[in-house]
Write a protein that binds this ligand. Structure first.
Ligand code: NAP
Length: 475
Protein backbone atom coordinates (compact mmCIF):
# COMPACT_ATOMS: atom_id res chain seq x y z
CA UNK A 1 0.00 0.00 0.00
CA UNK A 2 2.81 2.36 1.03
CA UNK A 3 4.77 1.41 -2.09
CA UNK A 4 1.78 2.23 -4.32
CA UNK A 5 1.33 5.58 -2.60
CA UNK A 6 5.01 6.31 -3.05
CA UNK A 7 4.88 5.40 -6.77
CA UNK A 8 1.80 7.61 -7.25
CA UNK A 9 3.48 10.56 -5.55
CA UNK A 10 6.62 10.12 -7.64
CA UNK A 11 4.71 9.83 -10.90
CA UNK A 12 2.63 12.90 -9.95
CA UNK A 13 5.84 14.78 -9.21
CA UNK A 14 7.36 13.79 -12.56
CA UNK A 15 4.21 14.91 -14.39
CA UNK A 16 4.26 18.19 -12.44
CA UNK A 17 7.91 18.76 -13.35
CA UNK A 18 7.29 18.05 -17.05
CA UNK A 19 4.24 20.35 -17.07
CA UNK A 20 6.30 23.11 -15.43
CA UNK A 21 8.96 22.59 -18.10
CA UNK A 22 6.25 22.98 -20.74
CA UNK A 23 5.10 26.28 -19.18
CA UNK A 24 8.74 27.44 -18.94
CA UNK A 25 9.37 26.56 -22.61
CA UNK A 26 6.25 28.52 -23.63
CA UNK A 27 7.47 31.51 -21.58
CA UNK A 28 10.88 31.31 -23.29
CA UNK A 29 9.23 31.40 -26.71
CA UNK A 30 6.93 34.32 -25.81
CA UNK A 31 9.93 36.12 -24.23
CA UNK A 32 12.05 35.61 -27.36
CA UNK A 33 9.23 36.89 -29.56
CA UNK A 34 8.94 40.04 -27.46
CA UNK A 35 12.70 40.60 -27.54
CA UNK A 36 12.24 41.21 -31.29
CA UNK A 37 11.01 44.78 -30.77
CA UNK A 38 12.52 47.55 -28.62
CA UNK A 39 9.04 48.41 -27.36
CA UNK A 40 8.49 44.97 -25.83
CA UNK A 41 12.07 43.82 -25.22
CA UNK A 42 12.18 44.61 -21.49
CA UNK A 43 8.93 42.70 -20.92
CA UNK A 44 10.26 39.82 -23.05
CA UNK A 45 13.38 39.65 -20.90
CA UNK A 46 11.31 39.47 -17.71
CA UNK A 47 8.97 36.82 -19.16
CA UNK A 48 11.93 34.63 -20.19
CA UNK A 49 13.53 35.14 -16.75
CA UNK A 50 10.28 33.99 -15.07
CA UNK A 51 10.35 30.93 -17.36
CA UNK A 52 13.92 30.22 -16.25
CA UNK A 53 12.89 30.59 -12.60
CA UNK A 54 10.14 27.97 -13.06
CA UNK A 55 12.56 25.68 -14.91
CA UNK A 56 15.14 25.92 -12.10
CA UNK A 57 12.55 25.24 -9.35
CA UNK A 58 11.18 22.23 -11.26
CA UNK A 59 14.70 20.88 -11.78
CA UNK A 60 15.54 21.27 -8.08
CA UNK A 61 12.44 19.25 -7.11
CA UNK A 62 13.68 16.40 -9.32
CA UNK A 63 14.43 13.23 -7.38
CA UNK A 64 17.77 12.68 -9.05
CA UNK A 65 19.33 15.73 -7.36
CA UNK A 66 21.82 14.24 -4.90
CA UNK A 67 23.53 17.24 -3.35
CA UNK A 68 21.65 20.46 -2.63
CA UNK A 69 24.56 22.03 -0.74
CA UNK A 70 26.82 22.04 -3.81
CA UNK A 71 24.02 23.52 -5.92
CA UNK A 72 23.41 26.26 -3.35
CA UNK A 73 27.11 27.16 -3.22
CA UNK A 74 27.16 27.30 -7.06
CA UNK A 75 24.02 29.46 -7.17
CA UNK A 76 25.42 31.93 -4.62
CA UNK A 77 28.85 32.25 -6.26
CA UNK A 78 27.34 32.45 -9.77
CA UNK A 79 24.71 35.02 -8.76
CA UNK A 80 27.28 37.27 -7.09
CA UNK A 81 29.63 37.15 -10.10
CA UNK A 82 26.70 37.65 -12.53
CA UNK A 83 25.21 40.59 -10.61
CA UNK A 84 28.55 42.40 -10.24
CA UNK A 85 29.63 41.94 -13.87
CA UNK A 86 26.20 42.92 -15.22
CA UNK A 87 26.36 46.15 -13.18
CA UNK A 88 29.93 46.97 -14.14
CA UNK A 89 30.15 46.06 -17.81
CA UNK A 90 30.01 48.97 -20.28
CA UNK A 91 27.55 48.60 -23.14
CA UNK A 92 30.43 48.58 -25.64
CA UNK A 93 31.92 45.59 -23.78
CA UNK A 94 28.74 43.55 -23.98
CA UNK A 95 29.94 41.28 -26.83
CA UNK A 96 32.90 40.03 -24.77
CA UNK A 97 30.69 39.51 -21.72
CA UNK A 98 28.28 37.41 -23.80
CA UNK A 99 31.38 35.64 -25.17
CA UNK A 100 32.66 34.61 -21.77
CA UNK A 101 29.20 33.47 -20.64
CA UNK A 102 28.92 31.33 -23.80
CA UNK A 103 32.30 29.80 -23.02
CA UNK A 104 31.21 28.87 -19.50
CA UNK A 105 27.97 27.37 -20.87
CA UNK A 106 30.03 25.28 -23.30
CA UNK A 107 32.33 24.20 -20.45
CA UNK A 108 29.35 23.11 -18.33
CA UNK A 109 27.94 21.02 -21.20
CA UNK A 110 31.33 19.44 -21.94
CA UNK A 111 31.75 18.59 -18.24
CA UNK A 112 28.30 16.93 -18.20
CA UNK A 113 29.37 14.81 -21.19
CA UNK A 114 32.67 13.83 -19.54
CA UNK A 115 30.95 13.09 -16.20
CA UNK A 116 28.29 10.89 -17.80
CA UNK A 117 30.85 8.97 -19.87
CA UNK A 118 32.87 8.30 -16.69
CA UNK A 119 29.76 7.32 -14.70
CA UNK A 120 28.89 4.69 -17.30
CA UNK A 121 32.49 3.44 -17.36
CA UNK A 122 32.56 3.14 -13.56
CA UNK A 123 29.25 1.27 -13.57
CA UNK A 124 31.17 -1.42 -15.50
CA UNK A 125 28.30 -2.30 -17.88
CA UNK A 126 29.96 -0.69 -20.91
CA UNK A 127 28.99 2.56 -22.65
CA UNK A 128 26.06 2.16 -25.08
CA UNK A 129 26.40 3.52 -28.65
CA UNK A 130 23.88 6.34 -28.16
CA UNK A 131 25.56 7.49 -24.92
CA UNK A 132 28.98 7.50 -26.64
CA UNK A 133 27.58 9.47 -29.58
CA UNK A 134 25.98 12.13 -27.38
CA UNK A 135 29.07 12.32 -25.13
CA UNK A 136 31.33 12.89 -28.15
CA UNK A 137 28.98 15.56 -29.52
CA UNK A 138 28.71 17.24 -26.11
CA UNK A 139 32.48 17.26 -25.66
CA UNK A 140 33.12 18.51 -29.21
CA UNK A 141 30.60 21.36 -29.26
CA UNK A 142 31.18 22.29 -25.61
CA UNK A 143 35.00 22.18 -25.97
CA UNK A 144 35.04 24.30 -29.14
CA UNK A 145 32.65 26.77 -27.52
CA UNK A 146 34.79 27.04 -24.37
CA UNK A 147 38.20 27.77 -25.88
CA UNK A 148 36.78 29.61 -28.92
CA UNK A 149 34.81 31.95 -26.66
CA UNK A 150 37.75 32.52 -24.32
CA UNK A 151 39.95 33.49 -27.26
CA UNK A 152 37.20 35.71 -28.71
CA UNK A 153 36.89 37.39 -25.30
CA UNK A 154 40.68 37.91 -25.11
CA UNK A 155 40.73 39.43 -28.64
CA UNK A 156 37.88 41.84 -27.92
CA UNK A 157 39.25 42.80 -24.50
CA UNK A 158 42.63 43.55 -26.10
CA UNK A 159 44.37 40.87 -24.01
CA UNK A 160 45.73 39.35 -27.24
CA UNK A 161 46.11 40.97 -30.65
CA UNK A 162 42.84 41.36 -32.56
CA UNK A 163 44.56 40.75 -35.92
CA UNK A 164 43.77 37.56 -37.81
CA UNK A 165 46.47 34.94 -37.10
CA UNK A 166 47.33 32.71 -40.02
CA UNK A 167 50.23 30.30 -40.55
CA UNK A 168 51.44 28.16 -43.46
CA UNK A 169 49.48 24.98 -44.14
CA UNK A 170 46.79 26.12 -41.68
CA UNK A 171 43.87 24.52 -43.54
CA UNK A 172 45.62 21.14 -44.14
CA UNK A 173 46.63 21.13 -40.45
CA UNK A 174 43.02 21.79 -39.38
CA UNK A 175 41.74 19.08 -41.73
CA UNK A 176 44.34 16.62 -40.37
CA UNK A 177 43.20 17.32 -36.79
CA UNK A 178 39.55 16.98 -37.76
CA UNK A 179 40.18 13.63 -39.48
CA UNK A 180 42.04 12.50 -36.34
CA UNK A 181 38.98 13.44 -34.31
CA UNK A 182 36.70 11.43 -36.63
CA UNK A 183 39.08 8.44 -36.47
CA UNK A 184 39.20 8.64 -32.65
CA UNK A 185 35.38 8.81 -32.51
CA UNK A 186 34.99 5.76 -34.76
CA UNK A 187 37.52 3.87 -32.59
CA UNK A 188 35.53 4.81 -29.48
CA UNK A 189 32.29 3.50 -31.01
CA UNK A 190 33.99 0.16 -31.57
CA UNK A 191 35.83 0.12 -28.17
CA UNK A 192 33.72 2.40 -25.95
CA UNK A 193 35.48 1.64 -22.66
CA UNK A 194 38.61 3.54 -23.64
CA UNK A 195 39.32 6.57 -21.41
CA UNK A 196 42.60 7.66 -23.10
CA UNK A 197 40.94 7.95 -26.52
CA UNK A 198 37.99 9.80 -24.99
CA UNK A 199 40.36 12.23 -23.25
CA UNK A 200 42.23 12.65 -26.55
CA UNK A 201 38.94 13.74 -28.15
CA UNK A 202 38.37 16.21 -25.30
CA UNK A 203 41.86 17.68 -25.90
CA UNK A 204 41.32 17.92 -29.67
CA UNK A 205 37.98 19.72 -29.16
CA UNK A 206 39.68 22.33 -26.97
CA UNK A 207 42.40 22.83 -29.62
CA UNK A 208 39.73 23.21 -32.35
CA UNK A 209 38.14 26.12 -30.48
CA UNK A 210 41.43 28.03 -30.56
CA UNK A 211 42.16 27.16 -34.21
CA UNK A 212 38.64 28.20 -35.19
CA UNK A 213 38.89 31.73 -33.75
CA UNK A 214 42.63 32.38 -34.35
CA UNK A 215 42.32 33.41 -38.05
CA UNK A 216 39.35 35.74 -37.46
CA UNK A 217 39.96 39.49 -37.03
CA UNK A 218 38.92 41.29 -33.83
CA UNK A 219 36.30 43.33 -35.70
CA UNK A 220 34.45 40.19 -36.78
CA UNK A 221 34.35 38.86 -33.22
CA UNK A 222 30.71 39.91 -32.57
CA UNK A 223 29.61 37.62 -35.42
CA UNK A 224 31.80 34.83 -34.07
CA UNK A 225 30.42 35.34 -30.58
CA UNK A 226 26.88 35.10 -31.93
CA UNK A 227 27.84 31.84 -33.68
CA UNK A 228 29.49 30.50 -30.52
CA UNK A 229 26.32 31.47 -28.67
CA UNK A 230 24.45 29.19 -31.04
CA UNK A 231 27.04 26.44 -30.38
CA UNK A 232 26.61 26.82 -26.62
CA UNK A 233 22.87 26.20 -27.14
CA UNK A 234 23.59 23.06 -29.15
CA UNK A 235 26.03 21.90 -26.44
CA UNK A 236 23.32 22.46 -23.82
CA UNK A 237 20.89 20.43 -25.95
CA UNK A 238 23.46 17.60 -26.12
CA UNK A 239 23.78 17.79 -22.31
CA UNK A 240 19.96 17.61 -22.15
CA UNK A 241 20.01 14.35 -24.13
CA UNK A 242 22.71 12.97 -21.84
CA UNK A 243 20.78 13.89 -18.67
CA UNK A 244 17.40 13.02 -20.28
CA UNK A 245 16.21 16.52 -19.35
CA UNK A 246 13.56 17.88 -21.73
CA UNK A 247 13.95 21.46 -20.49
CA UNK A 248 17.64 21.53 -21.30
CA UNK A 249 16.98 20.08 -24.76
CA UNK A 250 14.31 22.70 -25.54
CA UNK A 251 16.19 25.67 -24.02
CA UNK A 252 19.42 24.62 -25.78
CA UNK A 253 17.60 24.30 -29.11
CA UNK A 254 16.08 27.78 -28.69
CA UNK A 255 19.51 29.29 -27.97
CA UNK A 256 21.01 27.34 -30.87
CA UNK A 257 18.34 28.51 -33.32
CA UNK A 258 18.23 32.14 -32.19
CA UNK A 259 22.04 32.35 -32.21
CA UNK A 260 22.24 31.15 -35.79
CA UNK A 261 19.42 33.51 -36.88
CA UNK A 262 21.26 36.43 -35.28
CA UNK A 263 24.51 35.39 -36.99
CA UNK A 264 22.65 35.29 -40.30
CA UNK A 265 21.13 38.76 -39.70
CA UNK A 266 24.55 40.24 -38.89
CA UNK A 267 26.17 38.70 -41.96
CA UNK A 268 23.32 39.87 -44.19
CA UNK A 269 23.45 43.43 -42.85
CA UNK A 270 27.21 43.52 -43.61
CA UNK A 271 26.58 41.86 -46.99
CA UNK A 272 29.11 39.15 -46.08
CA UNK A 273 28.74 35.41 -46.09
CA UNK A 274 29.42 33.45 -42.93
CA UNK A 275 32.20 31.67 -44.83
CA UNK A 276 33.93 34.99 -45.55
CA UNK A 277 33.61 36.02 -41.88
CA UNK A 278 35.08 32.71 -40.67
CA UNK A 279 37.78 32.23 -43.27
CA UNK A 280 38.21 35.68 -44.86
CA UNK A 281 40.62 37.10 -42.22
CA UNK A 282 38.82 40.44 -42.77
CA UNK A 283 38.50 43.52 -40.62
CA UNK A 284 40.67 45.47 -38.28
CA UNK A 285 39.32 46.86 -35.06
CA UNK A 286 38.97 50.15 -37.00
CA UNK A 287 40.71 53.42 -36.31
CA UNK A 288 43.39 53.75 -39.01
CA UNK A 289 43.79 57.23 -40.37
CA UNK A 290 42.50 57.47 -43.90
CA UNK A 291 45.04 58.72 -46.40
CA UNK A 292 43.01 61.18 -48.45
CA UNK A 293 40.41 59.61 -50.61
CA UNK A 294 42.62 56.75 -51.59
CA UNK A 295 42.64 57.72 -55.27
CA UNK A 296 45.84 59.71 -55.06
CA UNK A 297 44.16 63.15 -55.24
CA UNK A 298 44.04 65.49 -52.26
CA UNK A 299 40.52 66.03 -51.07
CA UNK A 300 39.34 68.69 -48.68
CA UNK A 301 36.82 68.46 -45.96
CA UNK A 302 34.73 71.38 -44.72
CA UNK A 303 35.02 71.77 -40.99
CA UNK A 304 32.53 73.75 -38.90
CA UNK A 305 32.26 74.72 -35.23
CA UNK A 306 29.34 73.95 -32.87
CA UNK A 307 27.83 77.41 -33.35
CA UNK A 308 27.52 76.88 -37.12
CA UNK A 309 26.23 73.36 -36.52
CA UNK A 310 23.58 74.68 -34.15
CA UNK A 311 22.43 77.21 -36.78
CA UNK A 312 22.04 74.46 -39.39
CA UNK A 313 20.08 72.27 -36.99
CA UNK A 314 17.98 74.95 -35.33
CA UNK A 315 16.75 76.43 -38.62
CA UNK A 316 16.03 73.07 -40.26
CA UNK A 317 12.52 71.66 -40.68
CA UNK A 318 13.59 68.05 -40.44
CA UNK A 319 16.65 66.42 -38.87
CA UNK A 320 17.55 62.74 -39.00
CA UNK A 321 20.06 61.63 -36.35
CA UNK A 322 22.29 58.71 -37.39
CA UNK A 323 24.08 57.20 -34.39
CA UNK A 324 27.06 54.84 -34.72
CA UNK A 325 29.84 53.19 -32.79
CA UNK A 326 31.41 56.55 -31.83
CA UNK A 327 28.22 57.61 -30.01
CA UNK A 328 28.37 54.34 -28.07
CA UNK A 329 32.04 54.80 -27.13
CA UNK A 330 31.41 58.39 -26.04
CA UNK A 331 28.22 57.37 -24.17
CA UNK A 332 26.61 60.42 -25.75
CA UNK A 333 23.07 59.00 -26.03
CA UNK A 334 21.61 61.07 -23.16
CA UNK A 335 23.04 64.30 -24.56
CA UNK A 336 21.80 63.34 -28.03
CA UNK A 337 18.28 62.99 -26.67
CA UNK A 338 18.65 66.37 -24.95
CA UNK A 339 19.61 67.89 -28.30
CA UNK A 340 16.63 66.24 -29.99
CA UNK A 341 14.27 67.51 -27.28
CA UNK A 342 15.63 71.02 -27.66
CA UNK A 343 15.22 70.92 -31.45
CA UNK A 344 11.66 69.60 -31.13
CA UNK A 345 10.81 72.47 -28.79
CA UNK A 346 11.89 74.76 -31.63
CA UNK A 347 9.53 72.97 -34.04
CA UNK A 348 12.10 70.79 -35.82
CA UNK A 349 10.94 67.30 -36.73
CA UNK A 350 13.52 64.82 -35.36
CA UNK A 351 13.90 61.16 -36.29
CA UNK A 352 16.60 58.57 -35.60
CA UNK A 353 17.87 56.27 -38.36
CA UNK A 354 19.03 52.86 -37.10
CA UNK A 355 21.33 50.66 -39.16
CA UNK A 356 21.14 46.99 -38.18
CA UNK A 357 24.91 46.69 -37.63
CA UNK A 358 25.68 50.18 -36.35
CA UNK A 359 27.95 49.83 -33.34
CA UNK A 360 29.46 46.52 -32.38
CA UNK A 361 26.51 44.30 -31.61
CA UNK A 362 23.04 43.85 -33.07
CA UNK A 363 20.53 46.27 -31.60
CA UNK A 364 23.41 48.31 -30.08
CA UNK A 365 21.87 51.68 -30.99
CA UNK A 366 18.34 50.62 -29.99
CA UNK A 367 19.60 49.63 -26.54
CA UNK A 368 21.51 52.88 -26.01
CA UNK A 369 18.69 55.11 -27.22
CA UNK A 370 16.14 53.17 -25.15
CA UNK A 371 18.44 53.72 -22.15
CA UNK A 372 18.21 57.46 -22.86
CA UNK A 373 14.39 57.18 -23.05
CA UNK A 374 14.15 58.11 -26.73
CA UNK A 375 10.55 57.30 -27.77
CA UNK A 376 10.46 54.08 -29.84
CA UNK A 377 8.30 55.68 -32.50
CA UNK A 378 11.18 58.04 -33.35
CA UNK A 379 13.50 55.12 -34.20
CA UNK A 380 13.34 54.16 -37.86
CA UNK A 381 14.81 51.10 -39.55
CA UNK A 382 17.08 51.54 -42.56
CA UNK A 383 14.47 50.47 -45.11
CA UNK A 384 11.86 52.87 -43.69
CA UNK A 385 14.07 55.94 -43.39
CA UNK A 386 16.16 55.68 -46.57
CA UNK A 387 13.39 56.99 -48.89
CA UNK A 388 13.00 59.99 -46.54
CA UNK A 389 16.57 61.30 -46.75
CA UNK A 390 15.88 63.21 -49.97
CA UNK A 391 13.34 65.35 -48.09
CA UNK A 392 15.53 65.71 -44.99
CA UNK A 393 17.15 69.08 -44.32
CA UNK A 394 19.99 67.85 -42.13
CA UNK A 395 21.32 64.34 -41.50
CA UNK A 396 23.33 64.46 -38.25
CA UNK A 397 25.81 61.57 -38.22
CA UNK A 398 27.17 60.95 -34.72
CA UNK A 399 30.17 58.60 -34.60
CA UNK A 400 28.95 56.48 -37.52
CA UNK A 401 31.21 55.74 -40.46
CA UNK A 402 30.88 52.47 -42.40
CA UNK A 403 27.08 52.41 -42.16
CA UNK A 404 26.88 55.74 -44.06
CA UNK A 405 29.69 55.12 -46.56
CA UNK A 406 28.37 55.67 -50.14
CA UNK A 407 31.20 53.44 -51.46
CA UNK A 408 29.09 50.49 -50.33
CA UNK A 409 26.59 51.53 -53.00
CA UNK A 410 28.87 52.70 -55.78
CA UNK A 411 32.44 51.42 -55.53
CA UNK A 412 32.70 47.81 -56.65
CA UNK A 413 36.31 47.60 -55.47
CA UNK A 414 35.42 48.60 -51.90
CA UNK A 415 35.49 45.80 -49.29
CA UNK A 416 32.09 46.97 -48.10
CA UNK A 417 30.52 47.10 -51.60
CA UNK A 418 26.98 45.77 -51.42
CA UNK A 419 26.50 46.42 -47.71
CA UNK A 420 23.17 48.23 -47.31
CA UNK A 421 23.77 51.75 -45.94
CA UNK A 422 21.84 54.68 -44.52
CA UNK A 423 21.74 57.05 -47.49
CA UNK A 424 22.59 60.28 -45.63
CA UNK A 425 24.36 61.63 -48.71
CA UNK A 426 20.91 62.13 -50.25
CA UNK A 427 19.90 64.62 -47.52
CA UNK A 428 20.12 68.38 -48.27
CA UNK A 429 23.01 68.71 -45.78
CA UNK A 430 25.01 66.29 -43.66
CA UNK A 431 26.85 67.08 -40.44
CA UNK A 432 29.33 64.40 -39.33
CA UNK A 433 30.56 64.38 -35.74
CA UNK A 434 33.77 62.39 -35.21
CA UNK A 435 37.21 63.07 -33.79
CA UNK A 436 39.21 62.95 -37.03
CA UNK A 437 39.26 61.22 -40.39
CA UNK A 438 39.94 57.74 -38.99
CA UNK A 439 38.30 54.83 -40.70
CA UNK A 440 35.67 52.72 -39.00
CA UNK A 441 35.52 49.00 -38.45
CA UNK A 442 36.01 48.03 -42.11
CA UNK A 443 39.18 50.11 -42.36
CA UNK A 444 38.09 52.00 -45.51
CA UNK A 445 37.96 55.69 -46.29
CA UNK A 446 34.58 57.41 -46.54
CA UNK A 447 33.77 59.61 -49.58
CA UNK A 448 30.90 61.16 -47.64
CA UNK A 449 33.33 63.30 -45.63
CA UNK A 450 34.61 65.02 -48.80
CA UNK A 451 31.27 65.77 -50.43
CA UNK A 452 30.13 69.37 -50.95
CA UNK A 453 26.97 68.88 -48.91
CA UNK A 454 28.90 67.43 -45.95
CA UNK A 455 30.41 69.39 -43.09
CA UNK A 456 32.56 67.88 -40.34
CA UNK A 457 32.24 68.78 -36.67
CA UNK A 458 35.50 67.38 -35.31
CA UNK A 459 35.57 66.29 -31.68
CA UNK A 460 34.35 63.61 -29.33
CA UNK A 461 30.62 62.92 -29.68
CA UNK A 462 29.81 63.70 -26.04
CA UNK A 463 31.66 67.02 -26.10
CA UNK A 464 30.36 68.16 -29.51
CA UNK A 465 26.73 67.24 -28.87
CA UNK A 466 26.68 69.04 -25.52
CA UNK A 467 28.19 72.11 -27.20
CA UNK A 468 25.46 71.86 -29.86
CA UNK A 469 22.82 71.72 -27.09
CA UNK A 470 24.04 74.91 -25.47
CA UNK A 471 24.42 76.69 -28.81
CA UNK A 472 20.94 75.62 -29.96
CA UNK A 473 19.49 76.95 -26.68
CA UNK A 474 20.90 80.36 -27.50
CA UNK A 475 19.26 80.60 -30.93
P1 NAP B 1 32.37 52.44 -37.53
O1 NAP B 1 32.31 52.32 -39.00
O2 NAP B 1 33.16 51.45 -36.76
O3 NAP B 1 32.92 53.92 -37.23
C1 NAP B 1 32.88 54.45 -35.96
C2 NAP B 1 33.50 55.82 -36.01
O4 NAP B 1 33.31 56.38 -34.72
C3 NAP B 1 34.99 55.81 -36.26
O5 NAP B 1 35.29 56.14 -37.60
C4 NAP B 1 35.55 56.83 -35.25
O6 NAP B 1 36.18 57.91 -35.95
C5 NAP B 1 34.31 57.36 -34.56
N1 NAP B 1 34.52 57.53 -33.11
C6 NAP B 1 35.16 56.72 -32.26
N2 NAP B 1 35.13 57.23 -31.02
C7 NAP B 1 34.45 58.38 -31.11
C8 NAP B 1 34.08 59.38 -30.16
N3 NAP B 1 34.41 59.30 -28.89
N4 NAP B 1 33.36 60.44 -30.59
C9 NAP B 1 33.02 60.55 -31.91
N5 NAP B 1 33.34 59.65 -32.84
C10 NAP B 1 34.05 58.57 -32.43
O7 NAP B 1 30.93 52.46 -36.86
P2 NAP B 1 29.49 52.25 -37.51
O8 NAP B 1 29.25 53.23 -38.60
O9 NAP B 1 28.56 52.21 -36.35
O10 NAP B 1 29.58 50.85 -38.21
C11 NAP B 1 29.70 49.63 -37.47
C12 NAP B 1 30.70 48.73 -38.13
O11 NAP B 1 30.92 47.59 -37.29
C13 NAP B 1 30.22 48.21 -39.48
O12 NAP B 1 31.29 48.10 -40.39
C14 NAP B 1 29.70 46.82 -39.13
O13 NAP B 1 29.71 45.94 -40.21
C15 NAP B 1 30.68 46.42 -38.05
N6 NAP B 1 30.16 45.36 -37.19
C16 NAP B 1 29.01 45.57 -36.52
C17 NAP B 1 28.47 44.54 -35.78
C18 NAP B 1 27.16 44.71 -35.06
O14 NAP B 1 26.57 43.71 -34.70
N7 NAP B 1 26.69 45.93 -34.87
C19 NAP B 1 29.13 43.33 -35.67
C20 NAP B 1 30.35 43.18 -36.36
C21 NAP B 1 30.84 44.21 -37.11
P3 NAP B 1 37.25 58.85 -35.23
O15 NAP B 1 38.29 57.94 -34.63
O16 NAP B 1 37.77 59.70 -36.32
O17 NAP B 1 36.53 59.60 -34.18
Amino acid sequence: MNDTLCTDVLSGLTTGIELTYLVAAALFIVGLKQLGSPATARRGNIIAAVGMFFAIIATLINQSVINYEMILVGVIIGSIIGAITAQKVAMTEMPQMVGIFNGLGGAASALVAVGEFWRLLDAGKGVPFDATLVAILGVFIGGVTLTGSLLAFAKLQGLVSGSPVTFPLQQPFNIFLFLSFIAGSVYLFINPANPPVFLGLVGLSLVFGVLFVLPIGGGDMPVVISLLNSFSGLAASAAGFILMNNMLIVAGALVGASGIILTEIMCKAMNRSLVSVLFGAFGSAGGTVAAGSGDGTDKNVQSIDPEEGAMMLGYARSVVIVPGYGMAVAQAQHTVRELANQLEKMGVEVKYAIHPVAGRMPGHMNVLLAEANVPYNQLHDMDDINPEFEQTDVALVIGANDVVNPAARADQSSPIFGMPILEVDRAHHTIVIKRGLSTGFAGVDNELFYEDKTVMLFGSAQDMVSKLVSEVKQL
